[in-house]
Design a protein. Structure first.
Length: 178
């Protein structure tokens, strides 16, 4: 007689247990490569969110096709997931004082663009909840980014970054204690 514990590893997960990523495999690889450079990683998420909003825009700019409402719903869910992931990354980078001062204004600017694009499709019950969640994610992302801008400004005034030598210049000698 086989025990349940012996069989469990061989049973496929139930549909509710599998979690499909909002990012494609190519996008996941791009994020993995950019992880070491917080600014680049954040800009990648902005790019992915721009792509999703462009796809929503394209669904309504072109002649109507069957399944448009479901496609809109799916894109809005992807958008929300990616926006939440970006917010989580900002929450992680903030306390570590990763220098995002040049990147954060781009997020704030993009939130206006995303919000107006996601509000443009006509109301439909197929995606009304997904749109509401996406717009809430945008609002939350804008608020947290605005707070992070203030935190970064304060931090880097008190702790100015060391200047990197320009190409062709030599770095100052390192003092090694003996």
């Amino acid at each position: 007689m086989l025990s349940v514990a012996a069989i469990a590893p061989f049973t496929p997960p139930l549909p509710a247990q599998t979690r499909e990523s909002a990012l494609s495999q190519t996008e996941i690889e791009q994020v993995r490569e950019a992880r070491y450079y917080p600014s680049d990683c954040v800009l990648l998420f902005v790019k992915f969110l721009d792509l999703r909003t462009q796809e929503v825009h394209d669904l309504y700019a072109k002649p109507r096709r069957p399944g448009r409402e479901q496609d809109t719903h799916d894109l809005l869910e992807q958008f929300t997931s990616i926006a939440d992931e970006l917010s989580d990354n900002l929450d992680d980078y903030g306390p570590r004082h990763a220098d995002l001062r040049k990147t954060l204004p781009k997020i704030i600017e993009a939130t206006d663009r995303w919000s107006s694009t996601l509000k443009s499709p006509p109301d439909d019950p197929a995606y009304s909840v997904a749109r509401k969640l996406a717009l809430e994610s945008i609002r939350d992302l804008r608020e947290s980014t605005t707070e992070l801008v203030a935190e970064q400004t304060t931090w880097f005034k008190a702790h100015p970054p060391t200047k990197e030598p320009k190409p062709g210049e030599t770095a100052p000698p390192i003092d090694i204690p003996r």
